[in-house]
Design a protein around this ligand. Structure first.
Ligand code: FCB
Length: 449
């Protein structure tokens, strides 16, 4: 009744610092771009922010104990760069000790979108120096925690950060640069390459990256729609994986767009293609693209509006089922993207699904004290089955982490979108495991040893 996975397959849960920690100025911590962005007003639903988030900074001990009690092997979280910059490494020392003491393997991400504002003021990811700052930060962390943390993820979803943060502006730092955002992508890739080097030098055992990937379907068979979909997929999928797994960008247009002179670019790509121990895939839904139709108004069609003049327009994926966030539920898209990655990259390392999950607007615990989130159970079950299908088709997948362990601050959507296996009452911050949490626990326990 539960999908089965090969022996040694690792189950986990994921979170990120800004979405859960709160305590935004504890220990002298300076602002990140998300503190600035959320303070701007009109940027996040209901004007919400991560100042308190779910106060994980003060509640990490009970949170970690609850996560461990589900029987997962791995816990993925991220470091707040401005917190580390302020020298508050004691928090991460205690957090890592707690994770290990609970029998979990820590799998931290260095960078999950919360750039220190002071680096943004110096140009952010459009400035090549930021990549070197990230390497310094990686070295601070591995020197302090490397005796207990053996597995590391460099960057989270460089494509989404570049698209939403730099190309469109729906996320921090809200730049709206369109195709001019490509250098921000390149500098993150360079940061990844430099971080891999630093982590390995200091004895890391496993090094990987977490990339969001999704099948991109043309809205029709017409040559225009197919070309638009190909370009969109080049920009949002392959620009961020080809350099790592093939050592080059997917097209001349993109190579030119990153704005680095050829000789330098070749040296950068040499660094970026550093061998990885695992490749993290975050999957939520496929995308459908058409060539813009003259006179058609795309505003409000999807959550994200692509600016006028772009050669592609996202349109809703045809799907009978959607999450409460409006995302199409297409589990076969996960099998498809895994098989595509396997076929595209002969050097693909073992994959870990570093994020997958769904937002449903779960009701508060009822009189029985439970949160009945049947739709999340169905979503997770179908996506785990899709992973099993990919394994059967020959893709090596070594693990699966649910996004998210616990309800949290969902970026521009604020607290409305609940992805957690654990429910949070945002008034009193109490935690209640949802039915999906118990289901996940039982699925893990039901695996053959
Ligand atoms: C991903 C992000 C993660 C979370 C999920 C829902 O794009 O990496 O932080 O917001 O989406």
């Amino acid at each position: 009744m539960y999908p089965q996975f090969p022996p040694g397959f690792r189950f986990g849960m994921s979170t990120s610092a800004y979405q859960i920690e709160g305590a935004v100025d504890a220990g002298g911590k300076g602002p990140s771009i998300w503190d600035t962005f959320t303070a701007q007003g009109g940027t996040v639903r209901h004007g919400q922010d991560g100042r308190v988030a779910i106060d994980h900074y003060h509640r990490y001990e009970s949170d970690i104990a609850l996560i461990a009690a589900a029987g997962v092997q791995d816990y993925r979280f991220s470091f707040s760069w401005p917190r580390v910059l302020a020298g508050d490494l004691d928090f991460y020392d205690r957090l890592v000790d707690t994770i290990v003491a609970n029998g979990l393997r820590p799998v931290p991400t260095l960078y999950h979108w919360d750039l220190p504002q002071e680096f943004e003021d110096a140009g952010g990811w459009m400035n090549r120096d930021t990549a070197h700052r990230l390497a310094d930060y990686a070295s601070t962390l591995v020197l302090r925690l490397g005796d207990r943390v053996r597995d590391w993820i460099t960057m989270n979803e460089m494509n989404v950060h570049t698209l939403y943060g730099y190309a469109l502006g729906d996320h921090a730092p809200a730049r709206g640069l369109g195709l001019g955002a490509l250098p921000a992508g390149h500098h993150q890739l360079l940061a990844h390459g430099l971080a891999v080097q630093v982590l390995r030098t200091h004895g890391a055992r496993g090094v990987g990256v977490a990339s969001q990937h999704f099948p991109v379907m043309p809205a029709s068979e017409s040559a225009e729609d197919v070309a638009a979909a190909t370009l969109f997929s080049d920009l949002t999928n392959w620009t961020f994986s080809d350099p790592i797994l093939l050592g080059d960008y997917p097209s001349e247009l993109i190579r030119a767009g990153v704005g680095v002179p050829d000789a330098q670019l070749d040296r950068d790509l040499e660094l970026i293609r550093a061998r990885l121990d695992f490749y993290g895939v975050n999957y939520y839904e496929p995308t459908m693209i058409e060539a813009p139709r003259v006179g058609k108004d795309y505003s409000g069609v999807l959550e994200v509006d692509i600016p006028d003049g772009m050669p592609f327009s996202p349109v809703p994926v045809k799907s009978d089922e959607r999450t409460d966030f409006g995302w199409a539920i297409v589990p076969s898209g996960l099998t498809e993207i895994l098989v595509t990655l396997h076929e595209r990259y002969p050097a693909l390392p073992p994959v870990i699904i570093t994020e997958n999950g769904a937002s449903f607007h779960d009701a508060a615990p009822g009189p029985d004290g439970r949160v009945h989130d049947e739709r999340r159970i169905a979503y997770l079950g179908a996506h785990l089955a899709a992973v099993a299908d990919a394994i059967a088709a020959g893709v090596r997948v070594d693990g699966y982490y649910v996004w998210s362990a616990i309800d949290n601050f969902e970026w521009a959507a604020g607290f409305d979108e609940r992805f957690g296996l654990i429910h949070v009452d945002f008034d009193d911050l109490s935690r209640t495991p949802k039915d999906s949490y118990y289901w996940y626990r039982d699925l893990i326990a039901a695996q053959a040893p």
